[in-house]
Design a protein around this ligand. Structure first.
Ligand SMILES: [Zn+2]
Length: 457
């Protein structure tokens, strides 16, 4: 465990005009204190640039690092990724750029992926997210029962192994997705996945032929195994699609308030104000949590429109103002659903700012909460934030104002989690820990941007 003191820290989620003094002992925050003023050249302090994790010294052998006004956020939380699919675009294409083709082509390719390949993709993309400051991820998992029980369970096994390997560095929550029209398949494998120790249950009922019956089934299953629910919800431009309303209703009926998340909610962007307001009101009443995936929605939605073309991103501001914790998250990275992305939540917050017209100073500060505190609520993290008595997990960003963060998306980031720095930039080894270097190299062998034989739908 690395014990550290910091001075001259800016905490944009508190009061960014002030400087703070912070202390970590045994991996836990023990002091968060506002300074009178900027303390230049504090005796015994080391500037961040000059500091390396091997350095000791300072009072009682604990170094004091001078951040010189740089910004610190709690470890970023990515509430919605598909780590198992990331970097699969080299083998699974999407010529039309539609959600339908992405689903179809990926489903066809699923049996061709080995467990090792899936595991490598999860590790690679999780470590990449970690390098940008993400310390907690909820990832949805492909669960392709249409092919066979083995194809579906293989992804769960790969994900459980990756989760364990990554545990000293980054925390994963695993949510297998009940496949389309799954009730016509042998559902025993879904029970099996839950018994194997996944963290919750997901799905995309709006794509099913029987959305309400699917939602009922998922709620029964969640109750049986006492796990939370996280659904892809109304990821469509069709304003008549309102499974969010039914999810809200079932949540109240089952007493599942606070344990259900609805993600995407693109249909809300196509509805009239009156229709959307009534859905949002029901969501708030049921204490649903929400996740928006602005990059992927901008990419996949509106594909069936001629101009004017809808852009699919949900009503971020309105949902936030209704008191619903709404996160912005990455979704897919370099796969048939989304050819770009790098697992950087600051980049996603910037895309959210464009997509939802959130560029005022107050909006940018809200967006920072949408990649920290709000997704921490979605994941149900019991102890989160830069607060005394809470495990220390944070990212230092090389910028001194929030505006600078959004304008420059600084690449230089220092990430601390689970008792030590897990990434420091510019050092001889970018990944300071042997195990991380090992996983990074092993996964890099599996990840390529060169096109392989594509599986077509
Ligand atoms: Zn998704």
């Amino acid at each position: 465990m690395t014990n550290i003191n910091f001075c001259n820290v800016r905490l944009p989620l508190y009061n960014e005009e002030k400087f703070y003094r912070l202390s970590i002992r045994d991996g836990e925050w023990t002091l968060i204190e506002q300074q009178e003023a900027h303390a230049a050249g504090l005796q015994g302090s080391t500037k961040l640039e000059a500091w390396t994790p091997e350095m000791h010294g300072g009072v009682d052998g604990v170094p004091t690092i001078d951040l010189e006004g740089r910004m610190m956020l709690p470890g970023l939380v990515d509430a919605h990724m598909h780590l198992d699919k990331s970097f699969s675009l080299t083998t699974v294409e999407n010529q039309s750029g539609t959600l339908e083709e992405a689903v179809r082509n990926y489903s066809q390719a699923a049996p061709t992926f080995s467990k090792e390949e899936i595991k490598a993709r999860i590790i690679r993309s999780a470590l990449q997210a970690l390098s940008f400051g993400t310390t907690h991820i909820r990832t949805h998992l492909d669960f392709n029962l249409k092919h066979s029980r083995d194809v579906a369970i293989r992804t769960v096994e790969a994900a459980l192994e990756a989760k364990e390997a990554l545990a000293p560095y980054i925390s994963l929550q695993l949510f297998p997705m009940c496949p389309l029209n799954f009730r016509s398949l042998d559902t025993e494998a879904i029970h099996e996945a839950l018994r194997m120790g996944v963290d919750g249950i997901g799905g995309a009922p709006h794509l099913s032929e029987t959305p309400q019956a699917d939602i009922d089934w998922i709620f029964n299953l969640a109750e049986k195994y006492d796990v939370p629910i996280d659904l892809h919800c109304d990821e469509t431009d069709n304003p008549a699609m309102k499974t969010a309303l039914y999810v809200a209703q079932r949540t109240i009926q089952t007493g599942y308030q606070g344990r259900v998340a609805v993600d995407h909610l693109c249909a809300l962007a196509s509805m009239t104000d009156a229709e959307a307001s009534s859905v949002i009101e029901s969501m708030a009443e049921a204490k649903l949590k929400a996740v928006s995936l602005p990059a992927v929605n901008l990419y996949l939605q509106g594909r069936h429109d001629s101009f004017p073309v809808r852009r699919g991103v949900t009503r971020l501001k309105q949902i936030w103002e209704a008191g619903i914790p709404i996160a912005v998250a990455s979704d897919n990275i370099h796969d048939p659903f989304h050819p770009f992305g790098r697992g950087d939540l600051l980049q996603i917050a910037l895309i959210g700012s464009y997509a939802a017209h959130m560029g005022r100073p107050a909006d940018l500060r809200t967006l920072l909460r949408m990649i920290t505190e709000a997704p921490a609520k979605v994941l149900g993290l019991p102890q989160y934030g830069i607060q005394e008595g809470v495990p220390a997990s944070f990212v230092i960003l090389d910028g001194t104002t929030v505006e600078e963060l959004f304008t420059l998306l600084p690449d230089r980031r220092w990430v601390y989690n689970q008792g030590r720095f897990v990434r420091t930039p510019g050092s001889k080894a970018e990944w300071r820990h042997e195990a991380l270097t090992h996983y990074w190299q092993a996964s890099a062998e599996q990840v390529s941007f060169t096109k392989k034989a594509a599986v077509k739908g």
